[in-house]
Design a protein around this ligand. Sequence first.
Ligand SMILES: Nc1ncnc2c1ncn2[C@@H]1O[C@H](COP(=O)(O)OP(=O)(O)OP(=O)(O)O)[C@@H](O)[C@H]1O
Ligand SMILES: [Mg+2]
Length: 260
Amino acid sequence: MTEETTAVAAEASADDEKRTVVRTQNVKKKYTMGSMEVHALRGVDLEIYSGEYMSIMGPSGSGKSTLFNMVGGLDKPSEGKVYIDEVDVAQLDAYELAWLRCRKIGYIFQSFNLIPVMTALENVTLPMVFAGLTSDESRDKGIDLLRKVGLGERHSHKPFELSGGQQQRVAVARALANDPAVVLADEPTANLDLSTGTEIIELLRTMNRDFGVTVISATHDHKMLSVSDRVVWITDGKIDRIANRDELEIETVAVGDEAH
Ligand SMILES: Nc1ncnc2c1ncn2[C@@H]1O[C@H](COP(=O)(O)OP(=O)(O)OP(=O)(O)O)[C@@H](O)[C@H]1O
Ligand SMILES: [Mg+2]
């Protein structure tokens, strides 16, 4: 390869890394409660790139979960557009939307949301069954995923027989069941203690690196900053600031210096 072709190849691969997987365009959400209007989102423009780990930070009530519901196809904006893989989510019919939610997106919630009467393995394989895998295929894949999240020995346990951190690991495995392009994690560490929360953050980062899955995580948790490629701050339904990893490192050092 000449120097020139090497440069072109490098540029092309940099472009690949920047493939947009989620794009919001002037997304607004207004809730009407009787005579009161709540403007939960006031025009959010955001591009999320394939394979990145993005954290969304902001005070309680700033609109993080509302934005998640829009990006995850769980609710519709009052105005504006959401594109997933350049497909306008509003144009999808009920069947296509169900397909998108099942195949393209994995969800992780603060309260784990596992099905209590099912074992860890059944919780993980359920989305695969919806996606049409046979029971043998889903069992093998489910056991493999549980092993990857460190729960190889716990697949026949029900949620109440698992610790909070273990339940959230099952939820991480379930979110990855159908090889989604995007995992949405809404405050995944909020119900966990410090060290268990750190483990879940590290697990998400590992999954992001190993599977190339895009992670978008809403959080109050400053531990998330260190693993994020980018951090978006939202206040009062609007983006305040977006920082890249290199800018964050400077801030982390500055905070560390302050402590001494
Ligand atoms: N279904 C709803 N009906 C009416 N208002 C709502 C609804 N859901 C959210 N809101 C309002 O929209 C605003 C944004 O809420 P949202 O849940 O997105 O905040 P958040 O940033 O996720 O907060 P937290 O950090 O506490 O989870 C809040 O003022 C909230 O009261
Ligand atoms: Mg929330």
